[in-house]
Design a protein around this ligand. Structure first.
Ligand code: NAP
Length: 279
């Protein structure tokens, strides 16, 4: 029997409804500020969608757009201003930044309590310590999608392909927190297919279209495809969906799987950040 599809769009809607309900119980309206420097068309779309979704759910969503020639010192001073503004609950700086600005410096400058992307070293550290943290949005979305299948993660073998700071590493930390036995693979992993085949839960965050083929997947595995690749004008994941679907028990499509979860989790993080900081 082919794998059941994990419907990211529907699950993202559930998260959004939860955010909407949580907002109704607050005496204030949390606010999210999305910062963009320059006019990269993809960043423009991402930032606009984030600010719009915030407004749609009843948060205050603002876009701050700066010229591509802005200096690092100027951006640091803007971040400082947002950190000090008591009305701002979440700050997100859309990456990539222009070459004259060191993204790492900017990430470290954001108040960790307002770091709704979960990229600040304090939040990264707390996550790895298993303590309460603002968790990066895509990894948090991945965990919610796995949870939606009813899979009890504890004791399972989980394999994460990809070790980026924004996806692979935090996903691995979250799976470990839930007591999976976790292996993290990357471009230097030897015999990736045999490692991947051990996975009860397989997460692909690589950025290589259809790298994960059916022979790399254990029968009955839960397969989460984080990849977004454009192939001949079409969005394609890192997993060979049609063939892997014949082997897995659950699988996310691309598009419509992990993608919709990221913004929903960002909204949830904004409410969490507001709640923790304002209590
Ligand atoms: P990244 O920073 O480029 O990391 C890719 C990872 O894949 C690296 O760890 C790399 O290994 C590993 N890798 C590359 N080729 C490999 C191979 N042949 N075998 C095994 N591992 C290999 O990418 P990312 O930012 O994590 O993003 C991964 C994908 O997810 C991209 O397609 C991206 O567009 C997508 N994404 C989607 C969302 C969403 O909302 N759905 C959010 C973020 C990212 P090394 O470390 O050894 O180089």
């Amino acid at each position: 029997m082919p794998a059941q599809i994990i419907d990211g769009k529907a699950i993202a809607k559930q998260v959004e409804a939860e955010v909407h309900d949580a907002l109704a119980k607050l005496a204030y309206t949390p606010s999210l500020v999305a910062v963009r420097v320059g006019s990269d068309p993809a960043s423009e779309l991402y930032v606009r969608n984030k600010a719009r979704k915030a407004q749609e759910l009843g948060l205050r969503g603002t876009e701050l757009i700066f010229d591509a020639a802005m200096s690092e010192a100027e951006l640091l001073s803007e971040i400082d201003r947002l950190n000090g503004d008591d009305e701002v609950d979440g700050i997100l700086v859309q990456l990539p930044l222009p070459p004259q600005i060191d993204a790492k410096k900017i990430i470290k400058a954001v108040d960790p309590r307002k770091d709704v992307d979960g990229f600040h070293p304090i939040n990264v550290g707390l996550l790895h310590l298993g303590e309460r943290a603002l968790v990066p949005c895509t990894p948090a979305g991945v965990m919610r999608l796995i949870a939606s299948t009813g899979t009890a993660i504890a004791g399972l073998r989980a394999v994460v392909i990809g070790r980026s700071d924004i996806v692979g590493k935090p996903v691995a930390a979250l799976l470990l927190q839930q007591n999976a036995t976790v292996t993290v693979c990357h471009s230097r992993t030897r015999d990736l297919p045999s490692v991947a085949r051990e996975a009860d839960v397989l997460v692909a965050a690589i950025g290589k279209p259809r790298l994960v083929t059916a022979d790399m997947v254990k029968r009955g595995a839960v397969v989460i495809d984080v990849g977004i690749n454009r192939v001949e004008g079409k969005l394609t994941g890192d997993v060979d969906f049609q063939n892997v679907r014949q082997v897995a028990s659950w699988i996310t499509p691309v598009p419509g799987g992990v993608g919709p979860m990221t913004i929903a989790m960002l909204m949830r993080n904004t409410v969490t950040a507001a709640h923790v900081r304002r209590r």
